[in-house]
Design a protein around this ligand. Sequence first.
Ligand code: AMP
Length: 134
Amino acid sequence: MTIFSKIVRGEIPSYKCAENEEFYAFLDINPVAEGHTLVIPKREEDYLFDLSDEELSRMMVFTKQVAKAIKNAFPCQKVGMAVLGLEVNHAHIHLIPLQNEGDMDFRKPKLQLEATAMQEIAKKIWQEYTNIPK
Ligand code: AMP
């Protein structure tokens, strides 16, 4: 089982940002920017582009809702989207609030945020997510 499946099952804690029946969004624990969020299918699948057209389409709609919530919670120029998947073999999309293109640089030192700060960030995104028309 992947570490992200354990998160979905609640066996490992996470900072929840959004959720529906099929998909889950939570803060990346090593954020490149405040509000850096991961979107995953609850169903375990290694590679994003192995998802069926239908599942990937539904995931993109969910991702769009999460991106809107992030932008409302953390005003930014745009929310960037990246797919890496080199570390965790459970399909996921990175969403990152962008002020400039350097904010998407995964090689730069990650932010060190206290648990309380992470909770606050996740709460803000969750609140915005609940207000997004579905
Ligand atoms: P990659 O597979 O290359 O897209 O990287 C996996 C991402 O998942 C990294 O940005 C990690 O910081 C993040 N990550 C790994 N474990 C956790 C976890 N338990 N909770 C939140 N994010 C995680």
